[in-house]
Design a protein around this ligand. Sequence first.
Ligand code: ATP
Ligand code: MG
Length: 348
Amino acid sequence: MFRKQKSLIGLDLGSQTLKAIEISLDGAEPVITGFARVEIPAGSERSVALGQLCEQGKFRSKAVVTGVAGQNVVVRYISMVPMSDAELRQAIRFESDKYLPFDAQDVVLDCQRLERRTAGEGEAANEEQISVVLVACQKSVIHSQLQEVILHGLQPSAVDVDVFALANAWELSSAGASVAEDGTPVGVALVDVGALRTQINVLLGAETCFSREIGIAGGDMTQAIARRLGLELFEAEAVKRTPGEREVEVARAISPVLEDLVSEISLSLDYVENREGVRVEEVLLSGGGALAPGAVDFIEQALGRPTRVWNPLEGLRVDADRVNIEELEASAASLAVAIGLASRVRAA
Ligand SMILES: Nc1ncnc2c1ncn2[C@@H]1O[C@H](COP(=O)(O)OP(=O)(O)OP(=O)(O)O)[C@@H](O)[C@H]1O
Ligand SMILES: [Mg+2]
């Protein structure tokens, strides 16, 4: 689906906040040449916010990459007998019913061979097989997403999966060095806490070996604050972002949500570590939900692993004539997916 182009917009259609990052290639160097972020007001149409986003961004390009997430996307890590990439593409069409809860004719399927041999889900490792990640998304979901961006004058260039975009952003930023000095791959967990969902992508070296989506995130924290502090949702949202003197109260109100979230993350990390025989050394948080008062410390303590919010802008040059750097930096934590989507400009 790629055409020659030097600028590409990564459009993250988040459930609460729309984020767009344009990356242009200056020679081989990626440079951020556009940025916009618009919150979708409660109860309002996404389309209005998207219109504002396109206006705000003053992008050079119309070419856009969006991502899919949620229940309409299924990602599976499977084992296959060794075969060429062309054969693999054929084979998954026939294999897909085994792994997917959808009718094959209703979905867009894609797959990628993994470098690292991992045991498929529910299997023992078998050295004679290859590991493949299989992705399926309902056609209707992709069609309506494409239609929406076309209506706003954009030209879809590719559709990615949010949780993989997260890993691409990590790889693009200078933060993404995940190989130990002796060359062995280091396990890191990228965890993006959004409004509606939390996405986990565990990388070994540069490669994803596990991904999962959890339906617990910032929106649940806002609801917990509203309940515990007797506030309206919009007030709870404001106090979560700027708690001032109520910081301790807010942190206490959201702790049951964080407990639930951490227990899901912990299950995932245990599963990967057992399956791969490695240790996840570090947890790297992104997404607006990770900024809630006390969240980083809570997660770090509960998971017993070094945990921090990472900045996907690190090491990326920004065109200061086109982008307000202060505004960009202020949103950094929630831009990982948009940056990862736009990073595909390098493949153009
Ligand atoms: N400064 C802040 N402090 C605390 N929470 C914040 C802050 N800024 C944003 N949030 C929360 O982050 C969430 C939005 O983050 P983000 O933009 O990553 O989500 P999204 O991409 O729209 O959602 P999703 O990925 O679930 O579709 C909201 O729950 C919001 O309340
Ligand atoms: Mg998001």
